[in-house]
Every structure is written in C-alpha cells, then in structure tokens.
Design a protein around this ligand. Sequence first.
Ligand code: GRF
Length: 205
Amino acid sequence: MTYMKRIAVIASGRGSNFQAVVDRVSDGYIPGTCVRLITDNPNAYAIERARNAGIPVSVVDFSSFPGKKEYEGALLATMEESGADLFILAGYMRILGQEIVHRYSGRMMNIHPALLPSFSGLHAQRQALDYGAKVAGCTVHFVDEGMDTGPIIIQRCVPVRADDDEERLSTRILQEEHGALPEAVKLFCEDRLMIDGRTVCVLPP
Ligand code: GRF
C-alpha cells in the first residue's frame, strides 16, 4: 500500500478551511490522513468540527504561557509529536517564529484571502475593497520567514462587484478558498509540488 501523507491543521477560529480539507480527505479527493487539529484558542469553533470528524485536537492555549517563546516551544513539541508530514495554517492568527518556519520549510502551507503579493496581513478583503481592486481572490502558499510571502502554490480569483461590502466579498473569496486549499493539499500529498526558488512547479500525475 502506498504511504498516505499525514496532515495537521493549525487554526485559531471558525475552521471552515479545516472543514474543507477534512471533507475532501473523507471523500477520497485528498490521498492523505488528517491526524490532528492544533489550535491556540480553546474556544475555536474548529475544535467542534474536529470532534465531529473524530480528529484528535491539541489545544496549545497562548494565554496559558508566560510569553511567546514558551508558547512556541510547546507548539513545536505538539507539531513534532503529531508526526505530520504537512502542516496547514488555516486561519491561524499569529505570526510563527523562525524556528518553526525553518523546521517545516517546504511542508507548511498557508491560505490567505487575497491575491498575493497584494494585500498581505490582516483584513485582506477590506484592503482590496478600499484600494478599489476589480479582482480579488485567495492564495495558497508555502510558508517562509516573511508574512504571506512564501512561494505560491495556487491562486483563484473572483470579481469585485460594485455593491460589495467586506462581508459579501469575503464570502465569495471563501468559497474559492474551500476549493483551492484542498487542491494544494492534494498536490502535496501526491508529491507533485516542487519548489524552485520562488516558483512552485506542479508535476504531472
Ligand atoms: C480565511 O479567510 C483564511 O484565508 C484566513 O483566515 C480565514 C480563516 O477562515 N487566513 P476559516 O477559519 O478557515 O473559516
């Protein structure tokens, strides 16, 4: 039997992208196993989603540590212990320290609700609206030491409509996120992503 990649998702909140990955693992689209949800927030709705899907949860509660260094030490230990091949940041609302980023280089991805390199950071959808962009979207990328700067795996775009507010645009983008993230994870699990500098090459099946 071929080896199935082990996937861990790190999320801070609602967890709809986590759910999209879980659903596509269970319908067989992603040839992998979702082995863990890791969260920094004991109240994250993602925890309920994990329980419903029978996926083990590790809560590394940021507020229970004296500082970022201690928190990240515990996070790293949890990540190691999960034995995951791939870590997905799906709505993880903190900036990861360099040690973790380097340790998982090439096997950690992030989903961002904008067409990077435009509108990195928080409130990306609002940034796109405020800027007057006509096209918006989402990006799945490998994580490097910058904020939302790593090599791009997949981007999907949506139109910005004249009557959009932040919520309407975010909903339209989120729908694309739920397709783009599982696609990137599938490609990773099939060993079809090759990083060449800034470029991620997608190898044929
Ligand atoms: C998504 O818009 C994602 O792109 C961003 O945070 C949001 C998380 O949403 N990084 P959810 O928790 O996956 O529903």
